[in-house]
Design a protein around this ligand. Structure first.
Ligand code: ADP
Length: 564
């Protein structure tokens, strides 16, 4: 239901319509049904509602009708304030090729098939569909579906490091050479040792040979649709053969068929993913399959894209940032939201980390040693051409550099946040580029007038009210600032513009954490002088910065004492 907003939100906004999607908290979420078809039905009805409404609102709602230990009946309602449907046409509207009148087709297009399909699906799902509508006022379509209730939490995604796949022998079976190569490269990057087979017979042969060499396959990734012996037949054969080691099986398919899920469960297959499988989905599926071996008599749920999405509460974020203070801040903010963070200090390290395991998001500083953010992004996007994947990359850019932002987007990044990174800003951006993450519910930071040494509201907002973290960062700053001021002094005495600019930039970033406006401005001035080379003014600007830091220090030091 909430996904509808992602798909239709834009179109509704362009028409000036309010689109609301709401799931009553009573509705159980661990259900078994057909999420793909359900989405199609909702999109069809909500799409119509947006199409036939010129002003007002469209709402999509789900509520619980009845729940027993085994089954839940859910009612969906899609309401609009559009043109409505005349009484005498309401009974016919679910028939194929029916449209209210020929002129609607001319004005709105369409085939008249959508509602007929929705009705058919509703009936297949054991529900009923209905409609209330008044011409000129609007329409409300509603339908029910019956779903099975899942008994328990389906499975856990193990923490990183729990399952060790280093050197794990994996069998990849696929008739497509490209797909074989991509899969083998992927798992090799994760440290596994793949062998590949182009079909069922050669797979069985390889397994037999492996057994003789004492190098049994713990894991098999098998294509479902292959000529001659298909994936299911192969697994059936493996199951039958007592002489073979029984690997954990993940099945990949390019076209799902009704009944495939049941067949997978019957055959003891752990995961069933659509091709091309996203790197992160395949990784998670492998981790879950190897990390939670099925117990005797206890059925583990089949791992699919849908069940992965449901179970994935947090994101794996790769943060590329070379300043320890900023890295600590960002890491804490993300971890507080339940996300897991890995860091890399240079562009090259990012690429290496990405090879080792998949991530859902990269936060990337633009200025980094060795290989900067733009180059690293270009390299990542180039590598993705082979797989068709797209990992969201958010740039972290300095405030002043307007041109930088365009360059970030041109280089293939998806969005940017300004440094110093603010919690509200960060989570809003993450939500935009990685839809369906936990809602942040975070407001905009308040305005400040810039006269105070530290804008406490700004600083607390920035640290999400985490006073402990604020204190820690303040301590780090108090320790580090003399060193960095020495660097500035040194750069001045040598007349080294570049070093001056870099050091001042670092100070600006650090004081930015505390929303210390006057100090930020003083640092910015030194940075600018370094950039422009007006070294005549440098001495004075340095003194001004020093004075601001002196003013700032007692305020930060006081944190340790009274801001408990
Ligand atoms: P299509 O939209 O492709 O024509 P549908 O089966 O989805 O086919 O809809 C059939 C007809 O029902 C539409 O052409 C339109 O006349 C009418 N209709 C459907 N939904 C609405 C709605 N929300 N408001 C007004 N009319 C609607």
């Amino acid at each position: 239901v909430e996904g509808i907003g992602d798909v239709l939100g834009q179109r509704a906004a362009e028409k000036g319509l309010e689109l609301t999607c709401y799931v009553d908290p009573q509705v159980p979420t661990r259900l078994r049904g057909d999420p793909g078809r359900l989405r199609q039905m909702l999109l069809n009805l909500a799409g119509n509602a947006v199409k036939f409404t010129d002003r007002g609102e469209v709402t999509v709602e789900a509520g619980l009708v009845k729940e027993t230990a085994e089954r839940a009946t859910i009612r969906f309602e899609i309401k609009d304030t559009g043109i409505g449907i005349p009484n005498d046409r309401q009974a016919l509207i679910f028939d194929r090729f029916t449209q209210v009148d020929g002129s609607t087709t001319r004005k709105y297009g369409g085939t008249g098939l959508g509602l007929a399909i929705v009705r058919r699906f509703v009936e297949m799902m054991g529900g009923t569909i209905g409609l209330e509508s008044e011409e000129g006022k609007g329409s409300a379509f509603h339908f029910t579906t019956e779903c099975k209730v899942q008994k328990k939490s389906a499975f856990e995604i193990p923490d990183p490091g729990v399952v060790n796949v280093e050197g794990l022998p994996v069998l990849v079976v696929d008739d497509s050479p490209t797909s074989r190569r991509l899969l083998s490269e992927m798992v090799t990057g994760w440290g596994m040792r793949p062998s590949s087979a182009s079909g069922g017979d050669s797979a069985l042969e390889i397994m037999q040979g492996a057994k003789q060499d004492g190098r049994e396959f713990e894991l098999a990734i098998i294509d479902a649709r292959m000529p001659e012996m298909d994936g299911f037949a192969l697994v059936e054969e493996i199951n039958r053969r007592d002489d073979l080691y029984q690997p954990t099986v993940i099945m990949l398919t390019s076209a799902g068929k009704v009944g495939d899920g049941a067949r997978c469960r019957e055959l003891g297959i752990s995961g069933y993913l659509m091709k091309p499988a996203k790197k992160s989905d395949l990784w998670d599926a492998i981790m879950i399959a190897l990390g939670n071996p099925p117990n005797e008599g206890k059925e583990r749920d089949l791992i699919t894209q849908h069940s992965l999405r449901e179970n994935r509460r947090s994101l794996r974020v790769l943060v590329a940032e070379d300043s320890p203070v900023n890295l600590k801040l960002i890491t804490r903010l993300l971890e507080k939201r339940g996300h897991t963070v890995e860091s890399a200090g240079t562009g090259r390290k990012i690429l290496r980390s990405l090879e080792k395991r998949p991530f859902d998001l990269i936060l990337m500083d633009v200025q980094m040693p060795e290989m900067d953010g733009l180059e690293a992004t270009a390299a990542i996007r180039e590598g993705e051409k082979a797989t068709g994947e797209h990992i969201p990359i958010v740039a972290m850019t300095a405030h002043a550099m307007k041109g930088d932002r365009e360059r970030c987007l041109d280089a293939g990044m998806d969005a940017y946040v300004s440094k110093p990174v603010r919690a509200g800003d960060l989570f809003e951006t993450i939500e935009r580029v990685v839809p369906a993450t936990v809602r942040s519910g975070f407001g905009m930071p308040p305005e400040d007038d810039g006269s105070e040494v530290i804008d406490w509201t700004g600083a607390f907002t920035h640290f999400e009210g985490d006073v402990e973290l604020l204190k820690e960062i303040a301590e780090m700053f108090l320790e580090e600032s003399p060193l960095i001021m020495d660097k500035i002094k040194d750069a001045l005495s040598r007349g080294d513009r570049n070093a001056l600019e870099r050091a001042a930039h670092t100070v600006k970033g650090s004081v930015g954490n505390f929303a210390a406006k006057p100090a930020i401005q003083a640092a910015q001035r030194v940075e600018q002088i370094g950039r422009d080379g007006n070294m005549g003014e440098a001495e004075e600007a340095y003194r001004a910065l020093e004075a601001e830091l002196e003013r700032l220090k007692p305020a930060l030091a006081a944190l340790g004492r009274d801001k408990k």
